[in-house]
Design a protein around this ligand. Structure first.
Ligand SMILES: [Zn+2]
Length: 177
């Protein structure tokens, strides 16, 4: 889909996404098909490679610092299907990404959303909320501003380098902290 297409608001969904039940079961899951060792998965740039999850600075949207943390240990749609160790590891690694976003962008507030209603593979959307230029102060961020448009590529690359440094991530290898 081109950047121009992304700016066109889609009609509200009236049905679950195509193959949703297969994707729930891990069949043809659009997240599982990614190479989790890659520094760039097209959707975003790797900023931390964890034991349970990878964090990516996301390319879509209009909110600078939009990060997605994907559970990478295996296909899991619901967090309730994780073991206790996986759940704790996933949350802790999401929080590590959140701390880096806080330190790098100094937002007013961070939001963590775990939805999976379009792509049912466990992932957090971490979004900085700002005191000025926030699209929806006091409420949830509309997904339009995360799905439509594209981040400035130069700024994205530069931000990813800064976030990797904070996370001790050098591309695909991680220095434990
Ligand atoms: Zn999956």
């Amino acid at each position: 889909m081109s950047a121009a297409d992304r700016r066109i608001a889609p009609a509200p969904r009236t049905e679950w996404p195509e193959h949703f039940e297969d994707h729930l079961a891990g069949i043809g899951c659009p997240i599982c098909t990614n190479d989790f060792t890659a520094e760039d998965i097209a959707w975003g740039l790797l900023i931390n490679k964890g034991t349970f999850a990878n964090a990516y600075l996301w390319r879509s949207g209009q909110v600078r610092g939009y990060v997605v943390v994907i559970f990478t240990a295996r296909h899991v749609a619901e967090p309730t299907a994780m073991t206790s160790a996986e759940a704790a590891g996933f949350w802790n690694e999401a929080l590590a990404a959140g701390r880096a976003v806080e330190q790098y962008y100094r937002p007013l507030k961070l939001n963590y959303q775990l939805l999976g209603s379009v792509v049912p593979h466990a992932h957090f959307h971490i979004t900085p909320r700002r005191s000025d230029q926030d699209p929806a102060p006091g409420g949830p961020l509309p997904f339009d501003v995360l799905d439509h448009g594209r981040q400035d590529e130069e700024q994205l690359q530069s931000d990813a380098r800064g976030l990797r440094e904070l996370l001790g991530c050098t591309g695909s290898s991680v220095v434990p902290r």
